[in-house]
Ligand binder design. Sequence first.
Ligand code: SF4
Length: 401
Amino acid sequence: MIDSIAAHVRAGGRVSADEALELYRHAPTALLGRLADDLRARKHPDGVVTYIIDRNVNYTNVCVAKCTFCAFYRDVGSPDGYVLGFDELFRKIDETIAVGGVQLLLQGGHNPDLPLQWYEDLFRAVKQRYPSFKLHALSPPEVIHLSRLSQLAVPAVIDRLIAAGLDSIPGGGAEILVDRVRRLLHCYGKATSDEWLDVMRHAHRAGLRTTATMMYGTVETDEERLEHLLRLRALQDETGGFTAFITWSYQPDHTELAGSEATGIDYLRTLAIARIVLDNFDNLQASWVTQGGKVGQLSLAYGANDMGSVMIEENVVRAAGASYCMDEVEIVRNIEDAGFAARRRNMHYEILGGPMFRERDVPRMLELATARADGDASVPDELANYPARSRAAKQLRVIPH
Ligand code: SF4
């Protein structure tokens, strides 16, 4: 059975749900890796592994969604809650550009006190100061949150964000796209499976490219992991709008859900089966941010053709106990040591050049930055320009007339 499915995959055939499950459960790990690596090599015969220099910024940690797997969020009114100011974000962009960066990956909590206008003003201000700098921003649940807050339909919210400067949408908040799992993880309310997919459908129709993700290792079954992949594959057949897929394991420290982390083999098998099932996705990223550099590098033999982003700043995974740091020098060393040529790319996977540090002097980044320095409880001045919804924020804000 395994042999005939493997032959079908090698011949370029598409696997069904049953075939994928058989492989995922019973194929030897080395065979899964070889199949995935063959498919990777067929799509990327040039021996190139890409990466992007961007900065992962979380503009607020205040969130009303309260997902049980999340160690990052703070309640409305919490003394540890923050919203970054426009000036703080400009400073982060300056630092990103200094190391050759081309975009911000901008995501945050569902903060009821940041109206759509705040995002539009921020995006416009960024584009005015940095016209060619890209905004890869707001995962589908954040778009849905804004749709509910503004009482506008999702396509209208996406249109307004595009008009303000949104370039592409990250695939966060997908977790597992099966509603049974989402209910158990307390993330059904922020977005059902259909709602998540619908945001991506609308974004693709509006001309945006997006990524897709999967966080596994909580309460889902093997069948549900595969159902997630199959739903992504179906939408990709429909729109062709996904540039890449990224999977990572749930990070349990300091979360309400707790539990233990999936193993390295589980990660490599999951990555490999994703490469096999997602035959219409060109790019799969290695999640070294959750798996560490060594398993991240091994990913390149299990279907990944991209090392993701140089990590300048990280807040979410670190809050749940994992903190791995690789700057461009280290990412390139891992790629080249695995036998590939390292190339810088943008979000569209267009090659921008070879390693930046070989072209000019760039500062080494040997420690991850955080969104805010510890103990900094400052409130940005411009927040006074936006109406608050929560009682806690209303008490703090006085709207000038
Ligand atoms: S995962 Fe995102 S939406 Fe869920 S609680 Fe954390 S910040 Fe909020």
